[in-house]
Design a protein around this ligand. Structure first.
Ligand SMILES: Nc1ncnc2c1ncn2[C@@H]1O[C@H](COP(=O)(O)OP(=O)(O)O)[C@@H](O)[C@H]1O
Ligand SMILES: [Mg+2]
Length: 352
């Protein structure tokens, strides 16, 4: 068990600065997820913590010790990769025990440790199989098992579920959450999938071009995004953004007719920008702004309506149980101003 602290950690590839200096603390036992679009530096940051990449500057503390000059195997961190990296010619038992064998641990100890890990992961019956005789989910578990036997202070995961089909991904997500509860160990996990981040993380770190945009619990980020980038990234379906401006103490939408919203005090009288509204925060009410539904999606528990505004803006609206609605219908929407987010056009920051 250990906390991780990054101090002014920086990583460049030649002249390209993949990670500008960042500071971050990850608590002991925390499930921390780095999330962001492809190419934003998630893997680079994780691999630098693991020691698979050399830091260009700064310090990496794991369990109170500065490890940035140590070899990957000597940092107390175990990495689980997306492609599992299992040895095809070895059985599950051999794969899981390999690191211990290399470390010249006694045979008895290796057997006990591997079998205990296999029990934790529900792999007891598969120990004599080869990776080719396993399903994707089982392989993923073996990859995790290989990390567990090393009894690391921290686990590092790089998109471990992205090669699995949707159903298996959901199941493995629950297994990982269980595993985190069982082991109580610090986990750092990289994904571009915001649903994974929302469901697994104690804390999410949103990255953009190697910089930290915001750090917070899933619901903190959902309810209080600091800026447009985070607001766009967190939440599925995504937040809606309507062009709007302040006029005469009110907020008017630029693309569509409708009753103006009252202007909250923190919004300047000359504000112009984007009004953010989550799909579930629209009210369906007479006299609201009228949109024509282009498509309706029934997910069973929830029904979404989609519309394109005259200016081209796409809207997604939770139709709040109105299963009778269909494409072509007109819906009148209200926006409760206390639920709306106000983003500055230039800085993209949220006003509050
Ligand atoms: N070995 C490398 N040499 C040069 N540039 C790299 C190298 N590895 C990654 N990069 C660049 O660093 C940035 C971050 O990459 P990466 O950490 O893999 O992103 P992510 O994991 O978020 O998709 C990208 O622009 C990528 O092209
Ligand atoms: Mg990556």
């Amino acid at each position: 068990m250990a906390e991780i602290e990054l101090r002014q950690l920086r990583k460049s590839y030649g002249a390209f600065e993949a990670i500008p200096p960042i500071d971050l603390k990850i608590g002991d036992g925390e499930f921390c997820i780095f999330v962001g679009p492809s190419g934003c530096g998630k893997s680079t940051l994780l691999r630098t913590i693991a020691g698979l990449e050399d830091a260009s500057a700064g310090e990496i503390m794991i369990g109170g010790e500065e490890v940035s000059q140590r070899h990957p195997g000597e940092r107390g961190a175990a990495m689980v990769f997306q492609n599992y990296a299992l040895y095809p010619h070895m059985t599950v038992r051999q794969n899981m025990g390999y690191a211990l064998k290399i470390a010249k641990r006694p045979k008895d100890e290796i057997r006990t440790t591997v079998e205990r890990a296999a029990h934790t992961l529900g792999l007891e019956d598969l120990l004599e199989r080869k990776p080719s005789e396993l399903s994707g989910g089982q392989r993923q578990r073996v990859a995790i098992g290989r990390a567990i036997v090393r009894d690391p202070k921290v686990f590092l995961f790089d998109e471990p579920l992205s090669n699995l089909d949707a159903e298996l991904r959901t199941r493995m997500r629950l297994e990982l959450a269980d595993l985190h509860r069982t082991l109580g160990v610090t986990m750092v996990y990289v994904t571009h999938d915001q649903v994974e981040a929302m469901t697994l993380a104690d804390r999410i770190v949103v990255l953009r071009s190697g910089r930290i945009e915001q750090v917070g619990s899933p619901l903190e980020l959902y309810d209080n995004p600091d800026n447009l980038f985070v607001a766009r990234f967190i939440g599925s379906p995504s937040m809606n953004f309507l062009k709007a401006e302040a006029a005469d103490g009110e907020i008017c939408l630029s693309e569509i007719q409708g009753p103006p919203l009252p202007r909250p005090e923190f919004v300047p009288s000359d504000w112009r920008g984007l009004l953010g509204v989550r799909p579930e925060h629209f009210e369906l009410r007479a006299g609201g702004m009228e949109i024509r539904l282009r498509a309706v999606e029934h997910l069973g528990g929830v029904t979404y309506g989609y519309a394109t505004l005259p200016g081209g803006t796409e809207l997604c609206v939770d139709l709040q149980g109105h299963r009778e609605m269909a494409a072509g219908d007109t819906v009148a929407l209200g926006i409760p101003s206390e639920r709306a987010f106000f983003f500055d056009q230039k800085t993209e920051k949220r006003l509050r």
